[in-house]
Design a protein around this ligand. Structure first.
Ligand code: ADE
Ligand code: ZN
Length: 333
């Protein structure tokens, strides 16, 4: 089987996906129109032309701008359902999605409005297509810890449907230590924890995420190779990294995909996974990330299967579900 077919056929889990980052310009236009919101863009093409980023912040500015047209429960439903359709096409059978409440509550959208729209779409995709999911609520790290506490409190009525908390947005200058107390409070409410660290920020932020925020996975984490002691810990403790190759390329974390360190990490025995991060902005959903990374780094079929198996191992699925999917991965030829 060639790589393309293998990638299509492999069942996969996606573990690093911002639902606001799946907002395709066509849907953005449609929702802006029905909500009677005017944007500075005149066409879908103009929006796409603006997607030229030189670092994380240059992307975040436009990503938050795009989210401004989301107002009603139906908007969040349509956004999420459009992503789930792509999951089905890519054989992503399980997804653990990030959502950023503060992006919406700051604009006056109620937590419940946003939450119910996303959650209903996830429920419907499970019923229709058997796609399973978890929800991970991210705090925006450029805002204060006090603001994160407010968001944590707003989430409590919906706690049974939120598995974990995470940390995203502008990394440099906003270390994990800034959020230690709110993560402790989240854990005492029963939430698991993850955090973006070592995307643009230093390896020291990965240490902090592990030691202070007690994270189960590191989102991105590609700068871990700069610290050999950290590498040893990540390998020994089997700490998964949710790597996003096309995101790293578009945000200039690596100049070219050929220079991406994913294969080096894989060769060292790190539990790396491939994910799409913000696919509407970075030019590809899960399979496109697998395809382009495999081509650039010369990944073998065995390595592709390891990556798919890692996606389930690193997930928050039950032990028996992990076993079930991993055996389907290994039985692909
Ligand atoms: N929010 C959406 N995508 C992000 C990324 N790649 N890093 C940090 N925050 C984000
Ligand atoms: Zn991310």
């Amino acid at each position: 089987m060639n790589h393309l077919e293998l990638i299509k056929n492999l069942p996969k889990a996606e573990l690093h996906l911002h639902i606001e980052g799946t907002f395709e310009p066509e849907l953005m236009f449609e929702i802006a129109r029905r909500n009677q919101i005017s944007t500075r863009f005149k066409s879908v093409e103009e929006i796409r032309e603006a997607y030229n980023f030189h670092n994380l912040q240059s992307f975040l500015d436009i990503y938050y701008e795009g989210a401004n047209v989301l107002l009603h429960e139906r908007d969040f439903y349509d956004l999420t359902m459009a992503y789930l359709v792509r999951c089905r096409e890519d054989n992503v059978v399980h997804t653990e999605i990030f959502f950023d409440p503060q992006t919406h509550t700051e604009r006056g959208v109620a937590f419940a409005t946003m939450f119910r729209g996303i959650h209903q779409a996830l429920q419907d995709a499970k019923k229709e297509w058997g796609i399973t999911s978890h929800m991970i609520m991210c705090f925006l790290r450029h805002l204060s810890e006090e603001d994160a506490f407010k968001t944590l409190n707003e989430s409590l009525p919906f706690k049974k449907d939120i598995l974990a908390v995470g940390l995203d947005s502008s990394e440099v200058g906003h270390p994990p230590s800034k959020f230690q107390k709110v993560f402790e409070a989240a854990m005492s409410e029963g939430y698991l924890t993850v955090a973006h660290a070592g995307e643009e920020g230093p390896a020291a932020y990965i240490w902090e995420a592990l030691d202070l925020l007690k994270v189960k996975r590191i989102d991105h984490g590609v700068r871990c190779l700069e610290d050999e002691k950290l590498m040893k810990r990540i390998i020994e403790e089997k700490i998964p990294l949710t790597v996003c190759p096309l995101s790293n390329l578009k945000l200039c974390v690596f100049k070219t995909l050929k220079e991406h360190n994913l294969k080096k990490l894989l060769d060292r025995g790190v539990k790396v996974t491939i994910n799409s991060d913000d696919p509407a902005y970075f030019g590809g959903y899960a399979n496109q990330n697998y395809i382009e990374t495999a081509a650039a780094l010369g990944l073998s079929s065995a390595e592709l299967k390891t990556l798919a198996a890692n996606s389930f191992e690193a997930s928050f699925l039950s032990h028996s579900d992990k076993e079930k999917w991993i055996s389907k991965v290994t039985s692909q030829n």
